[in-house]
Design a protein around this ligand. Structure first.
Ligand SMILES: *[C@@H]1O[C@H](CO)[C@@H](O)[C@H](O)[C@H]1NC(C)=O
Length: 121
């Protein structure tokens, strides 16, 4: 019973989201500079459900931590889902960043995050 409710809820969310067709925007912060390189790349997908959000923290314990960030590209792979992204703290000029991803109501999201940086000397 509970499972049926959750599935029908997800179907309703999907339909509502498709009908809404809100444009979403990619976020480009900073600029690529000489000697920077890709230090992080990840894809974040969530299926539509009432509201979805996710925080991406960089660097993770297994990633290089001593890079100054030059540019952050958060590319929205689904033009119509109305999702948005913002830097919560850190970012360009820092060695760390927290990116908050959120869906529009009833929608999901699909973002590709690319972070570029220069190694601290
Ligand atoms: C999310 O976007 C990536 C990159 O465009 C794509 O390969 C993938 O199939 C997308 N996922 C969904 C569920 O649409």
């Amino acid at each position: 019973m509970v499972r049926v409710t959750i599935i029908s809820f997800a179907v309703v969310a999907f339909v509502v989201c498709v009908l809404k067709k809100i444009n979403s925007e990619s976020v480009f912060i900073g600029e690529r500079i000489e000697n920077d390189r890709l230090i992080h790349k990840s894809v974040h997908e969530k299926a539509p459900f009432i509201y979805r959000s996710y925080d991406v923290a960089f660097p993770k314990y297994y990633e290089e931590s001593d890079n100054v960030i030059s540019a952050i590209y958060v590319v929205d792979n689904n033009y119509n889902d109305g999702a948005s992204a913002a830097v919560d703290f850190g970012g360009v000029g820092h060695t760390f960043v927290n990116i908050h991803l959120r869906s529009a109501l009833w929608c999901g999201f699909n973002f590709t995050i690319e972070i570029f940086g220069v190694k601290l000397k």
